[in-house]
Design a protein around this ligand. Structure first.
Ligand code: ARG
Length: 459
C-alpha cells in the first residue's frame, strides 16, 4: 500500500488495514455527496470571485464537479475506501477528471469546515422531509377527523373508561402533537442555518475569502461568527435528534393505539390490507406489524440522540475525529422517522372505523357518571363533592341491577336523591354527554368541527 495521496506527504507507508477500517467513513458519508458538491461549487465560485484562484481553473473545477454530480446520480461514481471520506473521494475524482486544477479547490478550506457545512445542509433537508412527513400524517388524520366528528368512542384515563369522546376529537389530538413536532424542526432549521464554511481547520484563514458569499450561495442566513465553534459544534444535529425523538414518541403512542384498537378485544378499527400481515402458522391472523414497527422506531431514534450526545460530551475544542461519528446516528434517525411517518400516514388514512364497536365500548363503565353529578349540581344545587358521592351510589346501584346509568329506573334514582326528576335522563346518554362538552377544546362535535375548520385552513 502506498501513502495516502491526500495527506500522505510525510508518510512513507500506507495505513494498516485496521487503521483504514477505523478511519474510513465513505461507506456512510457518501450520503453527503450532493451537499459536498454544492459546498465545493460555492467555495470555488467564491475563490474565483476573490481572485484566490484563476478563472480558468475555477471553470475546470465547476465542470468537473458537475460531471461528478452526474456520476453520483447515475450510480457510476467510484467510491474508494482508500480516500477515507466523501470529501477526499470527490477531490480525488476531480483530479482524475480535470488534472492539477483540482488541487486548487481545497485552498482556504479544510475538511473540518467542509464536513460541518455538508452535515448542516443535510440536516436542513432532513428537517424539511420530516416536516413534509408530518404534514402527510396530519392530513390523513384530518380526513378521519372530518369523517368522524360525531363518532363516539370511550375516552380513557388510566386506560379505564372515563368519559365519552369523539373519534374526530381523538384524531385532532395527534394533529396538535404533530404541529408541535413540526415547530421543533422549524426551530432546528432556523438555528442551524448558519454557514461554517470558511472557518477552515479551526482558526479561519489568511486568504481574503468572502464568507458572506458562500453562506448566501448555500442558502444560509449568515456565516457563523466563530471559527472554533463552526468546526466543532454539533448541537444542530443533537437538536434534530431531540426533535426526532420527541416526534417519534408521539408516533409510538399513535401506533400503540392502532395496535390496541385493531385487536379483536377492542375491534375499533380494521387495518387496511396494505398495512397488515399474516402469520406463517395461524391462518386467521391480521397482524399490525407496520404499527408495531412504527411504535418501536423511537428506540433507534432516541438511541441515536443519546449516542451522539455522549460522543460530543467532554470533547475539547476544536475539531476531533470523534465528530466523524456524528453522521450515522443522524442518518439512522432520519431514515427511521421518515419511514414511521410514512407508514402511519398510510395506515391512518385508510383505517376502517367500526362505529358500533366504539359505541358499545363507550357504553361500558358508566362513562356518564360525571354528567349525573353535574346535573345534580346544576339542577339540585348540590355541592360537587356531594353530587359526586350520590352519582357513585347510582353507579353502584346500576351495577347491581346490571343496567347502564341511563336505564336505571327513576324510582332507584329517587332512592339516592329524592328530588331527582326524569329530566336527568337527558344528560345520561352518550350523545348528550359528548354534546355538552362545549368548552374550548372540548369534545362536543360543534367544537370538533371548529378545530377541523382551523386545521383545514392551516394544512
Ligand atoms: N470524515 C471527516 C469527518 O467526518 C471529515 C473531517 C476530517 N478532518 C480531519 N481533520 N481529519 O469528520
Amino acid at each position: 500500500m502506498t501513502a495516502n495521496k491526500m495527506w500522505g506527504g510525510r508518510f512513507e507507508s500506507g495505513p494498516a488495514a485496521i487503521m483504514e477500517a477505523i478511519n474510513t467513513s465513505i461507506d456512510f458519508d457518501k450520503r453527503l455527496a450532493s451537499q459536498d458538491i454544492r459546498g465545493s461549487q460555492a467555495h470555488a465560485d467564491m475563490l474565483a470571485q476573490m481572485r484566490i484562484i484563476g478563472k480558468a481553473d475555477a471553470e475546470a473545477i465547476q465542470d468537473g464537479l458537475i460531471a461528478i454530480k452526474r456520476e453520483i446520480e447515475r450510480g457510476r461514481f467510484p467510491y474508494r475506501r482508500e480516500y477515507e471520506d466523501i470529501h477526499m473521494n470527490v477531490e480525488a475524482r476531480l483530479a482524475e477528471l480535470i488534472g492539477s486544477a483540482a488541487g486548487r479547490l481545497h485552498t482556504a478550506r479544510s475538511r473540518n469546515d467542509q464536513v460541518a457545512t455538508d452535515l448542516r445542509l443535510w440536516v436542513r433537508d432532513a428537517c424539511a422531509r420530516a416536516d413534509a412527513g408530518l404534514v402527510k400524517l396530519q392530513t390523513a388524520l384530518l380526513a378521519q377527523a372530518t369523517r368522524h366528528a360525531d363518532t363516539i368512542m370511550p375516552g380513557f384515563t388510566h386506560m379505564q373508561p372515563a368519559q365519552p369522546v369523539t373519534f374526530g376529537h381523538h384524531c385532532l389530538a395527534y394533529i396538535e402533537m404533530c404541529a408541535r413536532d413540526r415547530g421543533r424542526f422549524v426551530d432546528c432549521t432556523r438555528r442551524l442555518n448558519e454557514s461554517p464554511l470558511g472557518a477552515a481547520a479551526l482558526a479561519g484563514t489568511s486568504y481574503p475569502i468572502d464568507r458572506e458569499m458562500t453562506a448566501k450561495a448555500l442558502g444560509f442566513d449568515a456565516p457563523m461568527r466563530n471559527s472554533l465553534d463552526a468546526v466543532s459544534s454539533r448541537d444542530f444535529a443533537l437538536e434534530f435528534l431531540a426533535a426526532a425523538s420527541i416526534a417519534a414518541s408521539h408516533l409510538s403512542r399513535l401506533a400503540e393505539e392502532i395496535v390496541l384498537w385493531a385487536s379483536p378485544a377492542y375491534g375499533f378499527i380494521r387495518l387496511p390490507d396494505a398495512f397488515s400481515t399474516g402469520s406463517s402458522i395461524m391462518p386467521q391472523k391480521r397482524n399490525p406489524d407496520a404499527a408495531e414497527l412504527s411504535r418501536a422506531k423511537v428506540g433507534r431514534i432516541l438511541g441515536a440522540f443519546a449516542g451522539l450526545l455522549v460522543v460530543v460530551k467532554g470533547l475539547p475544542l476544536a475539531y476531533a475525529k470523534d465528530l466523524q461519528e456524528d453522521k450515522e446516528p443522524v442518518f439512522a434517525a432520519a431514515d427511521a422517522l421518515e419511514l414511521a411517518l410514512a407508514a402511519l400516514a398510510g395506515m391512518s388514512g385508510e383505517l376502517q372505523i367500526n362505529k358500533d364497536a366504539m359505541r358499545a365500548a363507550a357504553e361500558k363503565g358508566y362513562p356518564t357518571a360525571t354528567d349525573l353529578a353535574d346535573w345534580l349540581v346544576a339542577k339540585l344545587r348540590k355541592p360537587f363533592r356531594e353530587a359526586h358521592h350520590l352519582a357513585a351510589r347510582a353507579v353502584q346501584r346500576a351495577e347491581e341491577l346490571g343496567v347502564s346509568l341511563d336505564k336505571l329506573p327513576l324510582s332507584e334514582m329517587k332512592k339516592i336523591a329524592p328530588k331527582i326528576t326524569k329530566d336527568v335522563y337527558k344528560v345520561l346518554s352518550l350523545e348528550a354527554s359528548v354534546r355538552s362538552r362545549t368548552s374550548l377544546g372540548g369534545t362536543a362535535p360543534k367544537r370538533v368541527r371548529e378545530q377541523i375548520a382551523f386545521w383545514k385552513g392551516k394544512l
